[in-house]
Design a protein around this ligand. Sequence first.
Ligand SMILES: Cc1cc2nc3c(=O)[nH]c(=O)nc-3n(C[C@H](O)[C@H](O)[C@H](O)COP(=O)(O)O)c2cc1C
Length: 390
Amino acid sequence: MPQPEQLPRNHDMYPTARSRRARLWRLKLWLQFTGWLQYLITTSVAIVFLVVSAAGWLIGTWQPLLFWLPLAIGLLLLAAAIFDVITVKWGVRPTEPLPQRRDDLDTFDLIRARRSCHSFQSRDLTATDGAELMQAVNEYTRHDRLIGAGPIRLEYVAAPLTIWPGVGAHEFLVAIAPHDYDRLALVDVGRSLQKVVLQATRMGAGTCWIGPGADQSSVVKHLGNRFDPEKDHVVCVCAVGYRSRFTPLSVRAMERVMHRRLPLKSLFFSDPHCEVPLAVDVAPLSSFGRCYEVCQWSPSSYNAQTTRCAAVTELVGGEHKVVRFDFHTTTTSRFYAPVALGIWCANWETGCDTLGIPGNFAVLPADARGVGDVPELPHYDMSWIADPEK
Ligand SMILES: Cc1cc2nc3c(=O)[nH]c(=O)nc-3n(C[C@H](O)[C@H](O)[C@H](O)COP(=O)(O)O)c2cc1C
């Protein structure tokens, strides 16, 4: 029996469950960031069906169900994986047309038309679209347009950054906030970048917010001297380009699962603790029309849907009037929850502007909100205050 000090230093000689898990994790990351995992998922499911069909063949009974059906599904999935590798990974596919602009859509339909794009054409943004995008970037990151004081930037990077699970993305906006934690700057990142995303949607371009799926080192490498590790923090990136019809099957399945939303009654409330659902279709709240819906369809990391909103009304001359809406987050997430809340703010105020309802954002202290003991969750971040003067 070796004494503790005589145990081999090289732990790989006796792989523990933990080191095996670590190696599997590294393999997963490698497959993920070399862009093979998308195809391996489909292939693995195909193999499972083929194994079931082989077992069904050995059993020899119920052949249509135990042999032919899994065989057919397995072969179809295998064919889909091969097709995806050829058309998407190796790029052997016809040139796709430029998408149409979406100027025909009203603002609410435009916000609803946005959905994450996980497969991009290999062509670059046209010079006109690129210029329009950068004009929106400059406009929405202007200091006087931000809620907070912390500077934020959206840096354009033309490079195939390492991301997951999207494919073909080669143009990005990198959202940068101050190095020292500044929650309001993160809300501003969400609000400003979402407005740029809406402009890109108007141009007919596809976009995808990427936070946990972006390899930070690859982002920082491509930013070069535009990134100062002492002052800057990369919050997330947003891929921009033209949507491709060729999307790996596994990514298509993921998109379907992720593009679902909680009902309005789970998102909008009439009390500060976010417990009593808001009657959004009763006056005066009904005057905000589709503003609720466009918040509901805001994107969030992993579709976690961490934002909630509490309306505050008051009785003036026997009539209920909307005073403000308080935006909260439901988790202690320090980065992606405030970003998601900022995206809600962008969609909310874009909707209000469209309806001609005046108001502005402000952070109110607890006593100004009439809240006594402040619970940790839901975490209050921001109010949209109706402007009765206008
Ligand atoms: C802050 C943030 C980070 C995100 N990170 C990723 C990511 O790393 N990879 C990815 O494919 N999608 C990412 N998404 C996109 C969400 O998964 C997507 O918005 C959500 O599933 C809802 O789908 P939809 O955008 O099609 O409505 C992110 C979205 C946000 C807002």
